[in-house]
Design a protein. Structure first.
Length: 316
């Protein structure tokens, strides 16, 4: 790590008033270690992607995404396929990737940990979808991507309230969805493997997971999921039952969830999702907590495409 760009979102998380000072503390840690470091502030959606792209052109060998999973997601779009390393300093409401890497700490401490971290080549997910104008588009993701209730939840998170209420807003909106949402079914197409033919499964929720732990109560949500894994770990909810959703969520919170006929755990390198013919239902698509568009969608793994700073004791 010699030349570093720190890209931060001044409005990320619940303590946004302290954001600049926290980032400057991380910059000071890097300067004291003899690293050239400069902070760049985002000004709106897509700004972090542009800053990261410029940092790559300017010859930075490392980019530190200072914010939540949304900031990481934007930076990711500019560095997949390059030799530039990605580091994470958690400053957002949702910091799942940082949690998976064991980096839930202060920005200054995270910077010290990252100075000793090992640049590791990992695989990322990629989702193809239709954007708001109906045009084909795609995004890379590191944490998870999904279609169904999780994407609907993300679409309901008003940014101002998210900064004020944090995880409480997630809980409020999740409860509203459990009570009022109809959980309509859509089709997923799972490719054939050596032992089975192509499967077409009707599901109300599909979540492609890439991390071992989301942090907090959501530990080991999808056993086997890992940034080192060359496949997607898929949670497929083959039910419209609110009660089944609630029972599974309760089991996850208790660390006792299992998988059966109605909630299945699949492992595959790719999967496609499409709306049923003649359906009037809207199916949102999200990745790393960012609402992207709608069906049809295809998820895949892009092998060994990202250099990630992995702390010595982390097991992502």
């Amino acid at each position: 790590m010699q030349r570093v760009a720190l890209i931060y979102n001044p409005a990320s998380g619940q303590l946004s008033s302290r954001r600049e000072a926290a980032v400057q503390e991380a910059v000071t840690v890097l300067h004291d270690a003899g690293v050239q470091a400069q902070a760049y502030v985002t000004t709106g959606a897509g700004s972090a992607t542009l800053h990261a792209r410029q940092a790559v052109r300017d010859g930075c060998d490392t980019i530190l995404a200072c914010g939540g999973d949304g900031t990481v997601h934007e930076v990711l779009q500019s560095i997949v396929g390059t030799g530039v390393a990605l580091g994470v300093i958690p400053l957002g409401t949702a910091n799942a990737l940082a949690a998976d890497l064991g980096l839930i700490t202060s920005p200054a401490k995270a910077a010290r940990i990252l100075l000793l971290a090992e640049p590791t080549r990992v695989s990322v997910g990629r989702i193809h979808f239709r954007d708001g104008d109906g045009n084909p588009s795609s995004r890379y993701f590191t944490v998870a991507a999904g279609v169904g209730a999780d994407a609907l939840l993300m679409s309901r998170l008003e940014p101002r309230l998210k900064r004020r209420l944090g995880y409480l807003l997630y809980m409020i909106e999740a409860f509203r969805i459990l009570v009022t949402h109809g959980f309509p079914l859509f089709e997923t197409v799972v490719p054939a493997n050596v032992n089975a033919a192509v499967r077409v499964v009707d599901v109300s929720q599909l979540l492609a997971v890439r991390v071992r732990s989301f942090g907090g109560a959501l530990r080991n949500l999808a056993p086997g999921a890992s940034l080192r894994n060359g496949k997607l770990s898929l949670l497929a909810f083959k039910t419209r039952s609110r009660m089944r959703y609630m029972l599974f969520l309760a089991a996850v919170l208790a660390g006792r969830h299992t998988f059966a006929r109605e909630v299945e755990l699949l492992e595959t390198a790719s999967v496609e999702c499409r709306a049923p013919k003649g359906s009037d239902d809207s199916f949102f698509v999200e990745a790393d907590g960012e609402v992207l568009g709608s069906l049809p969608a295809r998820f895949e793994v892009v092998p060994h495409s990202l250099t990630l700073l992995v702390p010595a004791n982390a097991q992502p």
